[in-house]
Every structure is written in structure tokens, then in C-alpha cells.
Ligand binder design. Structure first.
Ligand code: CA
Length: 218
């Protein structure tokens, strides 16, 4: 499960990451500008959104996301506890609203609710050739057989599948790896691509000179 945390407060962000990373893959950004670079790809299972951010208001961005058709479940986490603020957040498209300060147990419970609800709404599998991807379960299939991949490999392959066979830049793929957190250097992408090719067949991931990589429909 992949969460995007948009929270500018350094201490709270660190604490939340520590808590959430025990169970989830967490991508943490501290500005709206950084959050915007992570969307509109639908890779996140839940978006945790603070409202008062250094470069703008989370509600405004949430409205843009919903207007663009983004369906990612959103849980607002904000110190704004007024009724008007809460109603506005929910009316703008948040699925839930949690007022700071909150208890860890309640945050986790509310995330579980959103994940359960999301799992209940079946998503179609994405496919490029005989490689398919069930985004809700983060599971890949080759000729309908589930395949086992590392989190970094899954992250890369998800971006490639979502591009539907179009080239994806190295920058975009690196960004995905950085989002997963641990142990990324300049060689990591090549190493992971090598690993994926070993499992999926060399010809399935094509190097696009000067750009990056693309999936080939086989
Ligand atoms: Ca804030």
C-alpha cells in the first residue's frame, strides 16, 4: 500500500512517517509544488493532506485533483477544527477529515477504512501485452500468473504499465524510487531494470535512447 503524506511540519512529518512506514510505503512531501509532481498518476492508495502549506492551501489543490478526475482517497489532517473548514474540506472531495492533534491509533483506523472502501470498488487491471497489473492490490501478473517483485521493482513497473507502452523518462522513474525512500543512488534504476528484465524477459523493457524506458507489449 502506497501513501502520499503532504505535511510541512518537520517534526510531525517525521513522526508520521515513522508510524506509517511500519505498515505502508510512504512518500512524504512538504509543499504543494512537490505534491503536484507526484500526481495525477494514480499510484497512491491514500493521500494524507495537511491544509496549511507553505506554498498554498491544500483544499484548493484537492479541488483541482477532483476536477481532474482523480479518485484517490483523501484524508485531510489539519489543525483547523472549525465546522466550516471541515465541511468545506469534505465538500471539496476529501473522504475524511481528522483534526490535529490526533492519536496514532485513530489515524491508522481511518486509513484502514479508506483502504477497505477502496478495495471494495474493484479496479480494472491495466495491461501491456500479457503483463497486467492490479493497482488496488499492487500485484503484477505475467500470463495471468502472479509474479513476485521487490517494492522498488513494483514501483518502477507500475509507472511503466500506467504509461501503457509509451516511453517514461529516467527522471520520472527515479522520482518514483526516491518516493519509496530507502537506498537509492544513481545506479539503482539500472539495477532494478536489470532485475525486472531478468524476470520478465529482456525484450519486454526497451531502452529509449536519451529518454528512459518503455514497456513492450508481448
Ligand atoms: Ca501545515
Amino acid at each position: 500500500m502506497y501513501l502520499l503524506l503532504v505535511e510541512d511540519d518537520l517534526n510531525l512529518g517525521k513522526a508520521l512517517c515513522k508510524l506509517l512506514r511500519e505498515q505502508f510505503n510512504v512518500d512524504w512531501v512538504r509543499t504543494l509544488a512537490a505534491a503536484q509532481t507526484r500526481f495525477p498518476t494514480a499510484e497512491y492508495d491514500v493521500l494524507l493532506l495537511d491544509l496549511g502549506l507553505p506554498d498554498g492551501d491544500g483544499v484548493g489543490w484537492l479541488g483541482e485533483l477532483r476536477a481532474a478526475g482523480c479518485l484517490t482517497p483523501v484524508l485531510i489532517i489539519s489543525a483547523r477544527d472549525g465546522l466550516d473548514e471541515r465541511v468545506k474540506g469534505l465538500d471539496t472531495g476529501a473522504d475524511d477529515y481528522l483534526v490535529k492533534p490526533f492519536e496514532a491509533g485513530e489515524l491508522l483506523a481511518r486509513i484502514r477504512v479508506l483502504l477497505r472502501r477502496k478495495a471494495g470498488s474493484a479496479q480494472p487491471r491495466l495491461a501491456v501485452g500479457d503483463l497486467s497489473y492490479a493497482a488496488d492490490a499492487h500485484q503484477f501478473y505475467l500470463k495471468d500468473q502472479p509474479i513476485s517483485l521487490s517494492p522498488q521493482e513494483r514501483g518502477i513497473l507500475a509507472v511503466l504499465v500506467q504509461a501503457g507502452g509509451k516511453p517514461v523518462s529516467r527522471e520520472r522513474l527515479l522520482q518514483q524510487l526516491y518516493g519509496l525512500g530507502d537506498g537509492v543512488d544513481s545506479n539503482t534504476l539500472e539495477v532494478r531494470i536489470h532485475g525486472l528484465r531478468r524476470q520478465l524477459g529482456r525484450e519486454r523493457i526497451e531502452t529509449v535512447r536519451g529518454i528512459g524506458y518503455r514497456l513492450v507489449a508481448l
